[in-house]
Design a protein around this ligand. Structure first.
Ligand code: AMP
Ligand code: TRP
Length: 333
C-alpha cells in the first residue's frame, strides 16, 4: 500500500485551472489507485505567507474543503484535514529549515518571481516556505505527491531535503515522487494564453472561478482570446488560445483532442467556443449544486474532524522519532 499526500492553499478563489490541474487529477488518481491511502489537507499555514484577512481566510478554508468534496473527492477514502490543526507541520517545518540551504531557497522560481514583482514587504516565511512544504509531505512518509507543474521544483527540493536527512541519520523519511498530470497541468489565462490561469490576476476575465455564476462562465469562455487562423487544431506555438481551449475541452469531456479537432473540422471558432462554454458552465453548475448541499450540512466538519484525528496520530509519532534522532530534548525511555 502506498501513501499519496497533497495540499492546497486557501487563497483567492478556486479556478478552472485548479480544477483541471489539481482537483480532478486527485479524484482520478484516487479512483485509479483504490488500494492506496490518500491524505489531503488545506494548507492554511502556507496562506499566511502573504497577509490574510482572518474572517476571509477562515471562510476560504471551508469553501475550498467543501469544493473538493463537491468535485468528487471520496471522503471515505481520504484523510482530509486542515494543516494548522496538526501542530507537527510547523514544528517539522522549522527542523527542516535546518536542513535546507539558503542557495536552494534562492533558486526557487516562485520566490524569484515574487522578488522580481517589486514585493519589498515579502515575509521571510515566503522564502522558507519550501521547507514547510517538505515537512507537509515527509511527515507522513508520502510515496507520491500529485501536484501541478508549478510545484515540481518544490518537490525536487523536498526530495533533496529528505535524502540529505536520510544521509545523515540513516533512512528515516520516505523520499517522495511527484505525480504531474500530462494533460491540463497548465491551463492558461483566457485573455492571455501565454500566462497561467491564476486566481491572483487583477482582471477576472482571464479565469473561470468555480464559484462564478454559470452565465458569467458562458460569457468568459465565449470571449476567450483566439487568433486569426480560423482552424480548430492543436498548435501551442501559433494558436496558444485555441490549444488552451482544446485542453480545457478534453479535460472536461474526456474526449480526445483528435476527436474534438475532427468534430470542428470546417467549422469556425464560434461554434467551438459556444459548445465549450456550455460544457464548462453546465459542469461547474452541477458542482456548485453539490457544493451548496455540502456547505449547508455538517458533513464537512465531521469529515475534517475525522481526518485530523488520523493525521494527528501519524504526525505525532513521526515527529517524536525525528526529534529523538536529532538529539533534541531528553532521551525518551
Ligand atoms: P494554487 O492555486 O497556485 O495554490 O495551486 C493549487 C494547485 O492547482 C497546484 O497543484 C497547482 O499546480 C494547480 N494549478 C493552479 N493553477 C493552475 C493552472 N492554471 N493550470 C493547471 N493547474 C493549476
Ligand atoms: N505549495 C502548494 C501550492 O502552492 C500547496 C502545498 C503546500 C502542497 N504543501 C503541500 C502541495 C504539500 C503538495 C504537497 O499549490
Amino acid at each position: 500500500m502506498k501513501r499519496i499526500v497533497s495540499g492546497i492553499k486557501p487563497t483567492g478563489t478556486l479556478t478552472l485551472g485548479n480544477y483541471i490541474g489539481a482537483i480532478k487529477q486527485f479524484v482520478l488518481l484516487q479512483q485509479s489507485m483504490p488500494e492506496d491511502e490518500f491524505f489531503l489537507f488545506i494548507a492554511d499555514l502556507h496562506a499566511l505567507t502573504t497577509p490574510q484577512e482572518p474572517t476571509e481566510l477562515r471562510k476560504r478554508i471551508k469553501e475550498i474543503a467543501g469544493m473538493y468534496l463537491a468535485c468528487g473527492l471520496n471522503p471515505e477514502k481520504t484523510v482530509f484535514y486542515i494543516q494548522s490543526e496538526i501542530k507537527e507541520h510547523a514544528e517539522l517545518g522549522y527542523l527542516l529549515q535546518c536542513f535546507t540551504y539558503m542557495g536552494e531557497l534562492e533558486r526557487m522560481t516562485q520566490y524569484k518571481d515574487k522578488v522580481k514583482k517589486q514585493e519589498s514587504s515579502l515575509s521571510s516565511a515566503m522564502f522558507t516556505y519550501p521547507s514547510l512544504m517538505a515537512a507537509d509531505i515527509i511527515l507522513y512518509d508520502a510515496d507520491f505527491v500529485p501536484v501541478g507543474d508549478d510545484q515540481k521544483q518544490h518537490l525536487e527540493l523536498t526530495r533533496d531535503i529528505a535524502s540529505r536527512f536520510n544521509g545523515r541519520f540513516r533512512d528515516f523519511f520516505t523520499v517522495p515522487e511527484p505525480i504531474i498530470p500530462k494533460v491540463g497541468s497548465r491551463i492558461m489565462d483566457l485573455q492571455n494564453p501565454e500566462k497561467k490561469m491564476s486566481k491572483s490576476d487583477e482582471s477576472d476575465k482571464g479565469y473561470v472561478s468555480l464559484f462564478d455564476d454559470p452565465n458569467i462562465i458562458l460569457k468568459k469562455i465565449k470571449s476567450a482570446v483566439t487568433d486569426s487562423i480560423g482552424i480548430v487544431q492543436y498548435d501551442v506555438d501559433n494558436q496558444p488560445g485555441i490549444a488552451n481551449l482544446l485542453t480545457i475541452y478534453t479535460s472536461m469531456t474526456d474526449e480526445s483532442i483528435e476527436n474534438i479537432v475532427s468534430k470542428y473540422n470546417g467549422l469556425g471558432y464560434k461554434e467551438f467556443k459556444e459548445d465549450l462554454a456550455t460544457i464548462v458552465s453546465k459542469k461547474v453548475g452541477e458542482i456548485q449544486q453539490r457544493y451548496n448541499e455540502i456547505i449547508s450540512s455538517n458533513t464537512l466538519d465531521n469529515i475534517l474532524d475525522q481526518g485530523r484525528q488520523i493525521a494527528q496520530q501519524i504526525a505525532y509519532k513521526k515527529l517524536e522519532k525525528c526529534k529523538q534522532k536529532l538529539g533534541l530534548g531528553r532521551k525518551r525511555k
